[in-house]
Design a protein. Structure first.
Length: 123
């Protein structure tokens, strides 16, 4: 995440690759360096973790971890996850995922593959 979100979107990195962008896609107004910096430094809530900015991305990871921890500790059941996900998304990001599993709790391949963040941490 550090390379992708912090370094890869930094003004310094964008400045270093800007000539290659112009070479590949042409000298267009929307590809001016100042515009690219604005685009890649924008922070706004989003439903999907992998499309999120560095602030929202971290909120998604925290949300998943909290749900996984409660699940592994027997505090919640799998059937509770959609409602808990929605509550936490509203609390952290102001986004409503009620009834929207695709953009909610089932958006990530980790759970369908049986991979949990909690497995890397102490309960």
């Amino acid at each position: 995440m550090f390379f992708e979100m912090q370094m890869g979107k930094s003004p310094e990195f964008l400045e270093s690759i800007h000539p290659y962008i112009i070479e590949s896609f042409g000298n267009k107004k929307e590809l001016e360096l100042e515009n690219l910096i604005k685009i890649y430094s924008r922070v706004e809530p989003s439903f999907i973790r992998v499309d999120a900015d560095e602030v929202t991305y971290a909120s998604h990871v925290i949300l998943r971890y909290e749900i996984e921890r409660a699940l592994m500790n027997g505090q919640i059941q799998t059937s509770d996850i959609p409602d808990i996900w929605n509550d936490k998304m509203q609390e952290a990001l102001g986004l409503d995922t009620k009834g929207n599993y695709k953009d909610g709790c089932m958006q990530d391949v980790h759970w369908s593959e049986g991979i949990m963040e909690i497995s890397h941490h102490i309960l």
